[in-house]
Design a protein around this ligand. Structure first.
Ligand SMILES: Nc1ncnc2c1ncn2[C@@H]1O[C@H](COP(=O)(O)OP(=O)(O)OP(=O)(O)O)[C@@H](O)[C@H]1O
Ligand SMILES: [Mg+2]
Length: 377
């Protein structure tokens, strides 16, 4: 699918190149990219990585599992089939035009036997077989294939998808030289469940990379676009600080500049306030906060601190927050809260034991503000 050109898009060509090379060398046939929400993963896959991989000779298949979470197995198979079909029609067209081209018997012959459709919540064993076969046919094709699997955390639920993921893994293992895969997802917790638990189906499968946050080039590119549209120049330093204040989330910075154009203002400070208000409102942080149990809120307030969340000092803080006698909060109580918050995807483990972080950077900043206000009182 061709994407419309977007003048705001900041191309990350070198990064895309790096990933393609990593796979070309065979250093790793599967990559998993980690990054929080709205950091530009999908845009990178579609606008930077896809063209780079195609240039390097790959047929690229993109599947976003979130949109098809009711039946991700089928969706994967369908996308692969659509890809095969387009290869097939292209090959046939070439044959009709003259020069002799042999269609790889693999996908040509087998296609007829494929079942299409079949909506349902549960993956049938037929699906698992189909997926294996689809991948095998891909591997037999003339071009190497790159599978881009977005929102892979959708598959973190073992009970439902364990079998599918296992099938995917074994097929990728078998055909890794011809079929490469890049997984991306936004839930750190989901990815951890999938790749880092010892019993997880993708345990230690492929190479995990943290997707780099946008740097100065991004800000400069967006400022240039702003200038092209408005014929005005904004100060880079000011813009950079604003981007940092927005937790370096590309979506927010871009919205900020778009708002400035729409409202015809050059006051970045004002625009920053406005966008923050908008973000908080649309994300409904206040409501999210109020729906949490007091204990969970108390734990969240401690989580941004460098010390381990279970430390005695933190437990005393939690006692104070809850208004209970010092020494009331015990470690198991905190563990329960951590479990609840992780399950909801609000926090995620960061590195070592007992070190956690809030997954949504804007929510983290919001909680931080509350914590600071409490200290001032
Ligand atoms: N390279 C870029 N250049 C300009 N804007 C970008 C770029 N990458 C992302 N953005 C902006 O950020 C928005 C969010 O990006 P994207 O949807 O790719 O994030 P994501 O990490 O996939 O988020 P999610 O985890 O929610 O799926 C885009 O719609 C776009 O406005
Ligand atoms: Mg995305």
């Amino acid at each position: 699918m061709e994407l419309k050109k977007d003048i705001w898009h900041y191309p990350r060509t070198e990064l895309a190149q790096k990933y393609v090379e990593t796979m070309n060398i065979g250093l790793s046939n599967t990559l998993a990219l980690f990054a929080p929400r709205r950091m530009g993963k999908t845009e990178f896959l579609r606008r930077d990585l896809t063209p780079a991989a195609e240039k390097a000779g790959y047929g690229v298949i993109y599947v976003s599992l979130w949109e098809v979470r009711k039946d991700p197995g089928r969706a994967l198979i369908n996308e692969i089939e659509a890809h095969e079909q387009s290869l097939l029609t292209r090959a046939i067209r070439k044959i009709q035009k003259g020069p002799k081209i042999t269609v790889g018997g693999g996908f040509a012959g087998a296609h007829a036997s494929m079942t299409i459709g079949g909506e349902g919540d549960n993956l049938s064993s037929q699906d698992v077989v189909d997926l294996g076969q689809s991948l095998r046919r891909l591997a037999e094709g003339r071009r190497k294939v790159l599978l881009l699997i977005d929102e892979v955390q959708t598959l973190a639920d073992d009970a439902h998808y364990g079998e599918l993921v296992a099938a995917l893994r074994s097929a990728l293992n078998r055909h890794g030289d011809r079929v490469k895969a890049i997984f991306t997802g936004s839930s750190q917790e989901g990815l951890r469940l999938m790749f880092n638990r010892e019993k997880a189906p993708l345990y230690q499968f492929g190479q995990q990379l943290s997707f780099p946050v946008m740097g100065e080039g991004f800000v400069q590119h967006l400022l240039n676009t702003y200038s092209k549209i408005t014929q005005k120049t904004l100060d880079f330093e000011r813009a950079w600080q604003t981007f940092v204040a927005l937790e370096r989330v590309p979506l927010y910075f871009r919205s900020l500049l778009e708002n400035m154009i729409l409202t015809d203002t050059e006051d970045m400070e004002l625009a920053l306030q406005a966008i923050r208000g908008e973000m908080e409102q649309s994300a409904n942080y206040q409501e999210k906060w109020e729906q949490l149990r007091p204990m969970d809120r108390a734990v969240l307030l401690q989580i941004n601190r460098p010390a381990k969340v279970y430390s005695e000092a933190n437990r005393l803080e939690i006692d104070r927050f809850l208004g209970v006698p010092a020494g009331t909060t015990k470690i198991p109580g905190i563990q329960q809260a951590i479990k609840r918050l992780s399950h909801q995807g609000i926090i995620t483990r960061e590195g070592g034991q007992g070190v956690y972080g809030i997954e949504d950077p804007m929510f983290a900043a919001w909680v931080q503000k509350i914590a600071e206000n409490k200290e001032k009182k």
